[in-house]
Design a protein around this ligand. Structure first.
Ligand SMILES: [Zn+2]
Length: 1015
């Protein structure tokens, strides 16, 4: 019996009930359809018996999934798996999952399969729509209605029309599985779910089928899935051995593939985003596995992302708690919501929905990382009862993949049913969230963001705009110059005492009246009166995470401001008049470089745009030089580091600059300025077998920029005693997870256990992909590898390290004059921090301004010492020591009775980013005094404490403020470049990429412009 309170034909039963429902639309009505099967529909006895067999305890299932309805013509998952979903020992490849979905499509008009793109390694991604025949026949009509709700401008923000559309529309509920490859249960659960939704005739499931379009991407990380299945097969073939951990998931990143929803640099993010937005879906529900037994982190802990609509946060609570209640009623233990996960960062895949007017959801169910049935001993933190986990899991659990599939499917079915019951509410909310996004300029603001046409970094500006475009944000360009009032920060509040302040102070306040600014024609305007204004606002605005926030363990990054990290100018404008400026929509933002003027010599101003590196490698035969000083030529000013290029045909150069978005000037004669050659360095990229998570973002950046490199492991470094013969530059990007030097050297213990191979075999055909291979993942760099790195640098090579690999480089003695301090209270959790240029003449700094915002995650605190083996610390010089007790006032000289006073020599002082001067005492037989030429060159330092926080959380920042952030350490005939910041991260930090690329391009001239201290 269908007693749904929703639907266009709302049955008026009694006035009081109608009123009650109108006020509390999401509360369960007593007459909701019972979650039960249709007793008249036969069940598939054999399949049902196996479900029962593989479920390890009766409480780990529900009346929704403890049977399988029979069908004469629709195949069950057994057709492909050879057993039921969740059977022990069975983990299908993505291809097999697709094969089954396509069998369903063939067998029933209630299933349609859509190809939604491919992965980096060329594997297909799909979305499977399951709904009634009627609904699937009318997908286009329905989508047209949903599109109007998604963009209320199309119906002139007419609420009555929206209500009509809401009444006629079928919502889309999008489920995504297995973005995290070691979390293996979702594909089989989703295969069976698709079958149930297509076949089950019980009213509970039929209502879902008739009322909702369920869209399923069973495998999000397809490349990683296939590797994981390989590993599992290896494990089954070697049951008594340890199995290799999944070191590569997708081509580039592992777990971080679920942190890409801001930068959209991975194919899987782009494909899911386009599917979500293209289908005008209302929900994105992403399936994960970690904690027992089902954590619905739809309603997470605080702080909530500041840019989401409160309508959404209410939906989270409503849906999350209801989900717990429904499953609790089935007697299923260990189902909870809220938890400790904060909802601040918009980087998670599910957040695509939160930032595009939908509902983001995420499950963590319990998985065994494979399909073995195992007895699991839980952590006390996982089985303790708390206010948000009233019915916790058991301390010990015999757990199977089937149990996991039961939880996943039961959660999803109850969710879908509840969603269908309340679909008019959720569809209306979908419309309202879009409408409120459009009203943003006149409600909370801002009115727009402006990216000015006179930004010196137009290529990086293009890249930022392209990210917004991938996010389906509309971009406009001013057709003439315009002026807007810019908001000015309020002067600090004065206390009552200060009310009677003098006129001079009041005069000062007047100076901070709103300022206005003129922007040239061609400036880009991101209007906030558009449906997807929230994602643009969230990416472009600044973030502030209070050190006093009750949430002490941020789950992920706390700051990400894209304009800052891309090093491009972004103006937040609250003045709504900006929307009246003359502008046109830009359909596609493309790099637009080119050459001006005539002549056979070309000059390109250096503004630290990463594609300068692309150009160098693209025009391999051209001669390129870098100017060591600023110069003027062809009526233009050029920064230090600008490129002077010869030996390339104009046509080729036109094309190359156009595609790289670089602006060149043709000159008839070379400018007279000191230069050095810029050569295409031979780059090798070193990774460990511990983790490839963080370095993956570096590979992605280099590949996108078309910078060629060899990719080798620390094991290969150990085997190569002449790295200089093949390479000029070694990049050793962060290992991640604050890896210790010991781990880098030792690898994983080899004193016991078996070799852990990572290579393609008939058993594991997909493991290697396009990455690296080894017969045993365990050995690390070893001491031979250490010696090879030392010798590489001594013979003139350049070694570049960041964060944990910088610590490693220091630990093997590559920089006598630099040490790493220990922090007591510093807490900088994935934040954007201020840095300052110290040595603008260094080639590493070419193209940068005095200030640069950078990504920091509790980076190492570098200190400098002029004494070998000395630890750098803040010297308590005369200026900071107070005078001893004696005669006179605090500033007076003291006296000694009975003899004339003696003036003490001035204590030498130095800033934290400078080498402390060597004292006369230290110079006596100064064996350990490091000569100035052997000391590190400080390229960038962290800003002063008051300017350190740009976005996110900075606590105890004084411990790192002013300390070096990027160092160029001379070592032998080579250099070690140490980063405390991470310059290449999640496709978000493109403004700092050039620090790495400058190092590569100037590898044999890094000492250019160096001025040595006297002693
Ligand atoms: Zn996960």
């Amino acid at each position: 019996m269908n007693c749904s309170r929703s639907g266009s034909s709302f049955p008026v039963r009694n006035y009081f009930l109608v009123l009650l429902l109108a006020v509390t639309p999401a509360l369960a009505a007593a007459d909701e359809t019972a979650p039960a099967r249709d007793p008249k529909q036969p069940i598939n006895e054999a399949y049902t018996a196996k479900i029962k067999k593989y479920t390890t305890a009766p409480v780990f299932t529900s009346p929704l999934v403890d049977y399988l309805p029979a069908s004469k013509n629709v195949p069950t998952p057994e057709a492909v798996l050879g057993d039921v979903s969740g059977a022990p020992g069975i983990l299908p490849y993505a291809e097999d999952v697709y094969k089954y979905m396509r069998l369903l499509e063939k067998a029933t008009a209630r299933v349609k399969v859509f190809s939604i793109g491919t992965t980096e390694e060329g594997r297909e991604m799909i979305a499977v729509a399951v709904s009634s025949e009627e609904n699937l026949k009318r997908l286009d009509e329905n989508r047209a209605r949903l599109a109007k709700l998604a963009d209320p401008r199309s119906i002139k923000l007419d609420d009555a029309e929206a209500d009509r559309l809401v009444a006629q529309s079928t919502p889309v509920y999008y489920i995504t599985g297995t973005i995290h490859s070691p979390e293996t249960g979702a594909p089989t659960a989703l295969m069976e779910l698709a079958y149930r939704l297509a076949v089950d005739d019980g009213p509970y499931v039929r209502e879902i089928r008739d009322g909702v379009i369920t869209l399923i991407t069973p495998v999000v990380e397809v490349d990683g899935r296939d590797r994981m299945v390989d590993l599992y097969r290896w494990h089954l073939a070697h049951p008594k051995e340890f199995y290799p951990p999944l070191i590569y998931w997708g081509k580039y990143v592992a777990h971080d593939n679920n942190r890409d929803a801001m930068g959209v640099t991975l194919k899987l993010t782009e494909n899911v985003l386009n599917t979500y937005v293209g289908w005008k879906a209302q929900v994105l529900h992403d399936l994960h596995e970690s904690v027992p037994y089902l954590y619905d982190n739809t309603a997470g802990d605080g702080p909530f992302n500041a840019w989401v609509d409160p309508i959404l946060t209410d939906e989270w609570e409503m849906i999350g708690w209801r989900n717990v209640a429904d499953m609790t009623k089935f007697g299923m233990p260990g189902v909870f919501t809220h938890g400790v996960f904060d909802t601040w960062s918009p980087g998670y895949l599910m957040f695509i929905a939160a930032m595009h007017n939908g509902i983001s959801r995420l499950y963590e169910t319990f998985g065994n990382g494979g399909a073995d049935t195992e007895e699991r001993t839980l952590d006390p933190a996982d089985y303790s009862r708390t206010w948000w986990r009233q019915n916790p899991p058991f301390p010990k659990t015999l757990w199977s993949q089937r149990d996991n599939n039961n939880y996943e499917q039961t959660g999803l079915l109850t969710s879908l049913h509840f969603f269908n019951e309340n679909k008019r509410l959720f569809l209306k909310n979908f419309y309202l969230k879009a409408k409120r996004s459009i009203s943003k300029p006149k409600e909370e603001g801002p009115a727009a963001y402006i990216l000015p046409a006179d930004d010196p970094r137009l290529e990086l500006q293009t890249e930022l705009l392209q990210v917004l475009q991938k996010q389906h944000v509309e971009i406009s360009r001013a057709t003439s110059s315009f002026t807007v009032a810019l908001p000015v920060k309020k002067p600090k509040k004065s206390s009552k005492k200060d009310d009677a302040k003098d006129t001079q102070e009041k005069e000062k306040e007047k100076e901070v009246e709103p300022a206005s600014r003129q922007f040239p024609a061609g400036s880009f305007i991101i209007r906030m009166d558009q449906p997807y204004s929230r994602i643009a606002d969230a990416l472009l605005d600044h973030q502030y995470w209070s050190p006093d926030d009750p949430q002490k363990t941020p789950y992920d990054d706390t700051g990400w401001t894209f304009g800052e990290l891309f090093n491009v100018k972004v103006f937040r404008v609250t003045d709504p008049k900006v929307l009246d400026s003359a502008m046109e929509r830009v359909n596609e933002v493309k790099p637009a470089g080119g050459v001006q003027g005539e002549g056979a010599i070309f000059a390109i101003d250096n503004n630290a745009e990463p594609t300068l590196g692309t150009l160098r490698y693209r025009l391999r035969d051209a001669s390129m030089e870098a100017a060591e000083e600023p110069f003027e030529a062809g009526g233009k000013k050029f920064n230090r580091g600008s490129l002077i290029i010869r030996g390339v045909a104009r046509l080729d150069f036109d094309r190359a600059t156009n595609e790289t978005g670089l602006h060149a000037t043709a000159l008839s004669a070379a400018p007279s300025v000191k230069t050095h050659p810029v050569r295409a360095a031979r780059v090798v990229f070193v990774h460990t077998w511990l983790s490839t998570q963080t370095e993956g973002w570096w590979r992605l950046a280099l590949d996108n920029l078309k910078i060629p490199y060899d990719y080798i492991s620390t094991q290969s470094v150990a085997k190569n005693d002449d790295l200089n013969a093949k390479y000029d530059v070694i990049l050793f990007p962060p290992v991640g997870f604050n890896s210790s030097s010991t781990a880098i050297i030792n690898g994983t213990a080899t004193g016991w256990g078996n070799p852990l191979p990572w290579k393609n075999t008939p058993e594991t055909p997909n493991l290697v992909g396009k990455n690296d291979s080894t017969g045993d993942m365990r050995p690390g760099l070893g001491w031979e590898g250490v010696a090879h790195l030392q010798s590489f640098v001594a013979k003139g090579g350049v070694l570049l390290t960041a964060t944990d690999t910088s610590r490693f480089a220091l630990s093997i003695g590559l920089a006598d004059s630099v040490s790493v301090g220990t922090s007591q209270k510093m807490n900088i959790v994935g934040s954007v921090v201020g840095t300052r240029l110290v040595d603008a003449a260094s080639p590493i700094a070419y193209g940068y301004d005095e200030k640069l915002s950078a990504y920091c995650d509790n980076g190492p605190i570098f200190s400098l010492s002029s004494i070998a083996g000395g630890r750098g610390f803040r010297r308590l010089g005369g200026h900071s020591a107070s005078r001893p007790t004696g005669r006179g006032t605090a500033d007076d000289p003291d006296f000694t009775v009975g003899r004339p006073g003696v003036e003490a020599p001035e204590e030498p002082t130095a800033e934290l980013w400078e080498y402390p001067p060597v004292s006369d005492e230290q110079k006596r037989n100064g064996i350990r005094v490091i000569p100035p030429a052997n000391r590190a060159r400080v390229i960038l330092r962290y800003a002063d404490n008051k300017d350190l926080l740009v976005s996110g959380l900075v606590e105890g920042g004084d411990e790192i403020a002013q300390h070096p952030a990027v160092l160029d350490v001379p070592a032998g005939r080579g250099h070690v470049i140490l980063f405390s910041i991470n310059p290449v991260y999640r496709g978000e930090t493109r403004g700092s990429y050039s620090l790495v690329l400058n190092t590569i391009l100037n590898f044999d001239s890094l000492d250019a412009g160096r001025k040595l201290a006297e002693k």
